[in-house]
Design a protein around this ligand. Structure first.
Ligand SMILES: [Zn+2]
Length: 331
């Protein structure tokens, strides 16, 4: 006989094993065509205290919501339906907070599994140093199959982070663990990366693990100054994520997107603000950067460059729908 938990698992996992083309929000699976206008890289809360000191009682969910909710409602007015919260475990990932934020705002939210090795491993739990890639992949796959932190909330993507490169052995291991998790779950891999040196090493490591570049999102690609390398990565099938638009530099972002469009690679581009976020330990969570610069600043510049509504839908709806579908992508 099935226990209630096993029944729920079977009930929640079986449908997407049969039907492909699903996206996993914190409230369960949706069809890709339900994703709507999507911001693929934002943060509700980030706590930079470090993996050894972090704990959810460093913030009050009520207080955080008071700060965050107006920004979520503001972005909803821009027609946004879905937001990917890119805060990893040990940096403040809080699925209870995300649930409340989703309920109160009506936005669909995705969360993640994986570990963030960037900033010299300050946000890695101690077992990340000693366990094998397979063991880490087991942990991340378990979150996908059983839920996060004792809840039924499942990750909708993998989020890891690496230093700018060349990659250390430890960071290569994180990439391999992400690759193995992808092969088991079909979750897309977002990696905080920056420069192309690290991005191409990650793509290579994933290919060695058997994962196609189309399962990889080159996060913070704006950190690479040689813009021709966007073309190279996109031609390999990787997603180029230009995701710092909350922080200015709008003309440049628009010209990089325009370059990719002129190379017929707009279908490999993801855009977002990397904005937010409530900072535990600061008065009222510190300064919060909203999620609207794309609509208010960047799209008008692109419109002047001849971008159409169809191009905007590609960037904000169709590409996220394609990028974050649960689907194993092998080499
Ligand atoms: Zn971020």
């Amino acid at each position: 006989m099935l226990t209630r938990r096993q029944f729920l698992l079977t009930a929640s996992v079986a449908p997407f094993l049969q039907k492909k083309e699903q996206i996993i929000t914190i409230d369960g699976a949706i069809r890709p065509q339900q994703i709507g206008k999507t911001l693929i890289h934002e943060h509700l809360l980030v706590d930079f205290i470090g993996a050894d000191k972090i704990s959810a009682d460093r913030w009050s969910r009520e207080e955080v919501l008071k700060t965050v909710l107006p920004y979520l409602l503001e972005v909803k007015k821009q027609g946004v339906k879905t937001l990917l919260d890119c805060t990893p475990a040990f940096l403040g990932r809080d699925v209870h907070l995300l649930k409340l934020a989703s309920q109160k705002s009506g936005l669909q939210i995705l969360t993640n599994t994986g570990y963030y090795g960037a900033v010299d491993n300050k946000y890695l739990p101690k077992w990340a140093f000693t366990e094998t890639a397979e063991q880490l992949a087991d942990r991340w796959t378990t979150e996908f199959e059983k839920g996060i932190d004792g809840t039924d909330v499942r990750p909708g993507f993998i989020k890891i982070g690496v230093n700018p490169g060349p990659l250390s052995e430890l960071h290569r291991k994180l990439v391999r663990a992400a690759g193995l998790t992808h092969l088991r779950t079909g979750l897309t891999i977002c990696s905080h990366t920056g420069p192309a040196l690290a991005a191409f090493e990650e793509i290579e490591e994933l290919q060695r693990t058997g994962v196609h570049p189309s399962a990889f999102v080159w996060v913070h690609a704006q950190g690479e100054s040689n813009k021709n390398l966007y073309t190279k990565a996109a031609q390999m099938g990787a997603w180029v994520s230009l995701d710092g638009m909350g922080w200015g530099d709008f003309e440049n972002y628009a010209s990089w997107i325009d370059l990719l469009k002129s190379n017929r690679l707009l279908h490999r581009v993801l855009i977002s603000h990397d904005a937010g976020w409530y900072k535990p330990g600061e008065t009222n969570g510190g300064n919060f950067v909203g999620f609207t610069a794309i609509f208010e600043k960047v799209l008008p510049i692109l419109r002047q460059k001849g971008f159409t509504q169809n191009d905007f839908d590609q960037l904000l709806i169709r590409n996220p729908a394609e990028a974050f579908q649960i689907r194993v992508r092998k080499t």
